[in-house]
Ligand binder design. Structure first.
Ligand code: F0G
Length: 464
């Protein structure tokens, strides 16, 4: 059969409020053209993030009822620990309330001011937690990873020559750990190959540098290894996952992604000294080690989610729904990051709207248009997000993208068809889009709260 169906049926539904274009124009105006300011029930298809937005299964909801809420020694922790160690065989596992809490604990223990932490590409919370300790976060992704049009199968790979040169230049003693983000979210959700993970792990071992993985989308990365890397076609997903983590000394995880839950995370590592120090911070800021920042029921849901996320029928459906939209956009000539990544489609807004200069925020204009036209909420990842300089000035970001992140097990094929239709219609009418300006912005992290309006510059269509 050619059609890949959702490998589940739906027992509980959440209604979507239908809205008209006129209503959406008013809602967006009220939100000052900032999609973060929209009430989510005014959104038809919410692709703002794939984080914490998964549907849980009937088994996970049932598991929540047997969650044991004891302060210490909860059997739910035992089930959580076993499920994590089954896939990520590290010696110690500490639950945290989400991924960034695991990052904060790790970096507060392992780094000191002036240290360097290389990665393929650090996610922004990871970078911020490193920089909070006055250490330096460095991105060493391969050149192909920065080219939206490159078809390299593992664009999340780290450039191992750059890593070797970097260690030689800075000195291994100034690099407390090396990281790798799988899949590479900030680089378009692109995967990392097993060969690259092994090469980086070997380089780190050679210099005595512990190697950590930001594991958020580990199952999707394992699926790409199975599909694209020689020698893995017949390997099971759990075996590929275990092989990935056997190369590392530790991992940070946001369970809001590939553990199929709405909240949670963990820090896993082998080193006993670091474990003791991290555990002390955990107790201070998250909670006792057998619950961390979570309830017993959350730990149960994670344990079950970890079994479900490595199911091949699930991964096949998940990747098919992303590819379904992405491949058709490519066929229609719409500029997107290629090849299509795991959790999201990234539209290249600068190429989509060449008549809008980066400082008039083509990504913001496109994201607003997708909402006005179809009630779809995506996220600008470009000059609005990264253009604000510490001295108050402004510079174009490296790229102007709009991310459409797909929540897990939430939307069906017809939802995806609708998303595709809205993007294609916007593409047909791209000349009518106008640039935007910021009327008010905060001192930092401006994408969350800035107020926008359209510029007076005529659209390409109006000018013609
Ligand atoms: N690492 C990566 C690669 C992430 O994508 C995220 C979150 C985190 C760490 C932090 O995890 O949110 O549980 O604290 N990414 C979300 C996103 C927010 O929309 O991509 P968290």
């Amino acid at each position: 059969m050619k059609t890949i169906i959702e490998p589940f049926r739906i027992k509980s539904v959440e209604p979507i409020k239908m809205t008209s274009r006129a209503q959406r124009e008013q809602y967006l105006k009220d939100a000052h053209y900032n999609l973060f300011s929209l009430p989510s029930d005014d959104v038809l298809i919410d692709l703002l993030t794939d984080s914490g937005t998964s549907s849980m299964s009937a088994a996970q909801w049932a598991g929540m009822m047997i969650g044991d809420e004891s302060y210490a020694g909860s059997p739910s922790y035992g089930r959580f620990e076993e499920a994590v160690k089954n896939l990520m065989p590290f010696k110690h596992v500490m639950p945290t309330h989400q991924g960034r809490a695991a990052e904060r604990i790790l970096f507060s223990v392992v780094t000191k001011a002036g240290d360097f932490i290389p990665s393929n590409t650090h996610f922004d919370t990871t970078r911020a937690n490193i920089e909070a300790g006055k250490a330096v976060a460095v991105d060493l992704v391969i050149e192909e990873g920065k080219d939206p049009a490159s078809e390299h199968p593992f664009k999340g790979n780290m450039d191992t020559d750059k890593l070797t040169a970097f260690i030689a230049e800075k000195g291994a003693e100034n690099i407390p750990i090396c990281m790798m983000t799988i899949t590479n979210n900030s680089g378009g959700g692109q995967p990392v190959s097993m060969a690259n993970l092994r090469a980086v792990s070997d380089i780190c071992k050679g210099h005595g540098i512990p190697f950590f993985i930001d594991a958020c989308r580990f199952a999707e990365n394992a699926w790409f290894i199975k599909m694209r890397e020689d020698g893995y076609a017949d390997a099971s997903i759990p075996d590929i996952v275990r092989e990935i983590f056997s190369l590392a000394d530790g991992a940070t995880m946001s369970a809001k992604k590939d553990a199929l839950v709405n909240m949670g995370g963990w820090l896993a590592l082998n080193d006993d000294t670091w474990e003791e120090q991290c555990r002390n911070v955990l107790i201070l800021t998250e909670g006792f080690p057998t619950y961390g920042g979570l309830s017993g029921r959350d730990l149960e849901a994670i344990a079950i989610g970890l079994e479900e996320v490595v199911d091949e029928d699930y991964l096949k459906y998940r990747m098919a729904s992303t590819a379904y939209v992405g491949d058709r956009l490519i066929e229609a000539g719409v500029p997107i990051m290629r090849p299509v990544g795991g959790h999201a489609i990234y539209i290249d807004a600068r190429a989509f709207l060449p008549h809008i200069p980066p400082l008039e925020y083509p990504g913001q204009s496109l994201a607003c248009e997708l909402y006005l036209r179809g009630g779809i909420r995506g996220c600008e990842i470009g000059t609005v997000m990264f253009g604000q300089q510490p001295d108050g000035s402004e510079a174009p970001a490296a790229m102007d993208l709009v991310r459409l992140a797909i929540p897990r097990r939430v939307y069906t094929e017809s939802h995806m068809l609708y998303v595709l239709e809205v993007i294609l219609e916007t593409w047909e009418n791209r000349d009518s889009l106008r640039g935007m300006k910021i009327d008010w912005q905060p001192q930092a992290l401006r994408h969350f709260t800035s107020k926008f309006s359209y510029t007076d510059t005529k659209s390409k269509k109006e000018a013609a």
